[in-house]
Design a protein around this ligand. Structure first.
Ligand code: NAD
Ligand code: ZN
Length: 342
């Protein structure tokens, strides 16, 4: 089968012929139809310090996918051949306290497809049946391919009650934009999204009814005044991994405000804890998706009016993956989806 492989140290990926994955008794084999390129894949492409430390090359990368089940392991029940699906890319253990109490997303033994074990940038993917998420008819393969990052957005956005709240999203990358769309969908009052990249702010405004703010030219206190907000934001969703963005967020929160942090800073950063203490802020770190509550809520919202399709700005045949990665690296795109049937 064809697969995109990180063959060893250095930049880039190779399109190679690889053996078909073998499935165990509790696994399924998935014919991959569409995949999303993630920031993580770009880190692996670049072979930065994190990738060199984490990814055992050679490795088939990729973890955002939709496809069709073409083989069932002998112990698999409840799934059928031909079923359209996406799936959770975090493979969990079943022995930790967290797993055994049903908090699968907190399992310390988690391994990621396309990072620690062979991934989805391939014609076929072997996946534990436990991780499979069937796709409803109303959810296309194209959207199925971005459920992993949409799940990050949903997990973060639903961390705190949002109805009637004023919400600040820092970072209008694909995940920040989708989180803003979710906040709007579930009934927030004002949803403000910040970035320093005007293309991405324009995209945010096309995807959802949000207030885009370029913090290079406008500050948050004047935005709050313009919107008639008396104190500041009730809920913050940090989606940039940028220390300055987090600092601005802390400054713009109400007393007792709540912040969910998905963004991953590239290096340790300084934090002004005084303001966090004196404002009595609650800060929650978010990793991955709740397995499987986030998936349930995400599909329910997609079937009931949540539309994030405009966040996909590029659809490319798999053979043009290099173009896809170049476009990602230029920072002027939303999600990029590769088609494995072309
Ligand atoms: P992205 O890099 O595409 O988007 C980040 C955005 O932040 C960019 O558009 C950038 O211009 C913007 N930004 C930079 N400086 C800013 C500032 N001062 N103020 C406001 N915005 C600023 O990332 P993404 O794919 O949308 O992912 C969002 C973040 O979530 C990333 O940090 C990523 O590493 C992280 N992430 C975390 C998890 C997790 O499980 N915790 C999973 C996926 C992604
Ligand atoms: Zn991803």
């Amino acid at each position: 089968m064809k697969a995109l492989v990180k063959t060893g140290p250095g930049e880039g990926l190779a399109l190679q012929d690889r053996p078909m994955p073998q499935i165990g008794p509790s696994d399924v084999l998935i014919r991959v139809r569409k995949t999303g390129i993630c920031g993580t894949d770009v880190h692996i492409w670049n072979w930065d310090e994190w990738a060199a430390r984490t990814v055992p090359a050679p490795m088939i990368i990729g973890h955002e996918f939709a496809g069709e089940i073409v083989e069932l392991g002998r112990d698999v029940t409840g799934l059928t051949l031909g079923q359209r699906c996406s799936g959770e890319g975090h493979l969990i253990g079943h022995t930790s306290r967290q797993s055994r109490s049903g908090q699968f997303h907190l399992d310390p033994e988690t391994r990621g497809i396309g990072v620690n074990v062979p991934g989805a940038f391939a014609e076929y993917l072997a996946l534990p049946a436990f991780n499979v998420v069937p796709l409803p008819d109303g959810v296309s393969d194209r959207i199925g391919a971005i459920l992993d990052p949409l799940g990050n957005a949903v997990h973060t956005a639903l961390s705190f009650p949002l109805i009637g709240e004023d919400v600040l999203v820092t970072g209008a990358g694909p995940i920040g934009i989708m989180a803003a769309a979710v906040a709007r969908h579930v009934g927030a009052r004002h949803v403000v999204i910040t970035d320093v990249n005007q293309t991405r702010l324009d995209l945010a405004a096309r995807v959802a009814d949000v207030v885009p703010v370029n913090v290079a030219s406008e500050d948050l206190p004047s935005v709050c005044a313009r919107l008639g907000m008396r104190q500041g934001f009730d809920v913050g969703l940090e989606m940039s991994g940028n220390a300055a963005a987090f600092d601005q967020m802390v400054g713009a929160m109400v007393m007792g405000g709540r912040i969910a942090m998905l963004g991953i800073p590239a290096a340790p950063t300084l934090v002004d804890w005084n303001r966090i203490v004196f404002k009595s802020l609650v800060i929650k770190g978010i990793y991955g998706r709740e397995i499987f509550e986030t998936w349930y809520k995400m599909l329910a919202m997609l079937e009931n009016g949540l539309d994030v399709s405009a966040v996909i700005t590029h659809d490319l045949p798999m053979a043009e993956f290099e173009q896809g990665f170049r476009t990602m690296k230029a920072g002027q795109s939303g999600k990029i989806v590769l088609d494995w049937d072309q």
